[in-house]
Design a protein around this ligand. Structure first.
Ligand code: PHE
Length: 443
């Protein structure tokens, strides 16, 4: 048997995992969900869910990967026997579902980037809508989707160290720097405070009880952390035994949340300063692609530079996420059928392209796949992970953290949360989300 690849360094792993977490979910999804009306309630719930519920689950997903040194498909079986094979399949199907439409979103991002770079920004909302119509329909979507998948495949086929780790080590720091620059610039706009206040800080207690806000907060937390669908299993399976997983998990979650907040600090001032609140309220998946270029279009050259930077950074963020989505089926096929990396990449990429065609052709379909695969299924995956490591194989959790010398009180805290807090809270979030989703479909 060939030796399993390993990350070159601790930062390589943390940046790869953070690279997976930071993606369109932070730059586009966060703004999109925060603008749906939850305000500060959405923000607080989201942060609370990340800290209290998701962190222990993130650690447990990492433990499962490292403990079994296996891909997502095989890990549950290795840990607890063949009756858990369905969980392995869940962890492969979910990233395939997300990966299918993620490449479509990447295609839109790429188009918008190229358009800002080579042509002009739209002069008003109507032009922006026409532009968005042109990038989100017809053959240009399929082309954008295909290019994005090929780029992703080229990184993944270069392997864990040579592809994923290298890409993330460059991508994530560049992205962070660009974000900070853009957030500082956005802070100088006239509508800055109004933007922060309207979308992020306005507190309305009743929103805490609004099922849509609760669903948005849970979805955002799990989606944004790439949690509950085997990605952290795959990435952690390339880790050695010395790393203290709680520390790594905290680093990943902090970077991810910071990026979400920074992105909101860029998009909302722009939206507010240029009077685009109407465009964004009741937003749909395409809102960011309409409102941002329109707002920036009124700023001449500066606006264009900002647009180029923003969409470039969104694209980099998206690649470091899509490689993680592809790595799950790839590593699973390699483990299960002893395929070579390139064969597994070829088959998985082709599958993603085909599965993504309906999303490329219909916005409505894309939205539905997103709410199922990128929403309730992830939350369900998170619930299962909490049950699995908290109750089915709890000793694996203890032994792993003990062997890497993690602090005793941290271990006790995580174990308690994983067993007693995460399962009921996630179950609650899941039930509310499923009901709210059906209601939104039937209304
Ligand atoms: N976390 C990524 C983002 O925020 C998306 C993603 C979700 C990637 C689930 C992998 C798994 O865009």
């Amino acid at each position: 048997m060939e030796m399993r690849e390993q990350w070159r360094s601790r930062w390589g792993f943390v940046l790869a995992a953070a690279g997976s977490a930071v993606g369109l979910g932070n730059l586009w999804g966060f703004a999109y969900r925060a603008s749906e009306g939850g305000g500060a309630a959405f923000l607080l719930l989201y942060i609370l869910i990340v800290l209290v519920v998701c962190l222990p689950v993130l650690v447990s997903e990492m433990v499962l990967g490292r403990g079994t040194s296996s891909s997502a498909l095989v890990a549950p079986v290795k840990a607890a026997g063949s009756k858990w094979s369905w969980m392995g399949w869940l962890f492969v199907i979910a990233p395939l579902g997300i990966g299918s439409y993620y490449a479509v979103l990447m295609g839109w991002t790429l188009d918008t980037f190229l358009h800002s770079l080579f042509f002009a920004l739209p002069a008003n909302t109507a032009e922006a809508e026409t532009f968005f119509g042109s990038i989100s329909t017809g053959s240009s979507v399929l082309l954008g989707q295909l290019i994005s998948l090929l780029l992703t495949a080229s990184v993944v086929s270069a392997g864990v160290r040579g592809g994923i780790e290298r890409m993330s080590k460059w991508g994530v720091p560049i992205l962070f720097t660009l974000l900070i620059v853009l957030a500082l610039w956005a802070a100088t706009l006239t509508g800055t405070w109004e933007g922060y206040r309207t979308f992020l800080f306005k507190i309305d207690i009743s929103e805490f009880f609004n099922p849509s806000t609760i669903r948005n907060a849970f979805t955002q937390a799990f989606f944004s952390l790439s949690l509950g669908i085997g990605i952290m299993i795959a990435y952690s399976s390339y880790l050695d035994r010395k790393k203290q997983l709680p520390k790594e998990a905290l680093a990943v979650a902090s970077i991810d949340t910071a990026v979400g907040l920074l992105a909101g600090m860029i998009t909302f001032p722009i939206v507010m300063s240029f009077g685009l609140k109407e465009v964004i309220t009741g937003s749909t998946v395409g809102t960011l692609f309409i409102s941002l270029p329109t707002g920036l279009g009124t700023l001449g050259l500066t606006g264009r530079i900002v647009a180029v930077l923003f969409f470039a950074l969104a694209y980099i963020a998206a690649i470091t996420s899509s490689i993680s989505l592809l790595e799950v089926p790839v590593s699973s096929l390699m483990d299960k059928f002893a395929w070579s990396r390139s064969k597994a990449v070829f088959v998985s990429t082709s599958l993603l392209f085909i599965l993504g065609i309906p999303s490329a052709l219909s916005l409505d379909f894309l939205g539905k796949v997103d709410s199922i695969f990128g929403g309730v299924l992830l939350i369900f995956g998170g619930f299962m992970l909490a049950i699995f490591l908290g109750w089915v194989v709890p000793r694996k959790f203890d032994e792993d953290l003990a062997s890497s010398n993690s602090n005793l009180s941290v271990r006790r805290y995580l174990k308690f949360m994983l067993r007693w807090v995460s399962p009921p809270v996630i179950a609650f979030g899941l039930i509310v989300s499923v009901i709210d989703l059906f209601q939104s479909w039937s209304s």
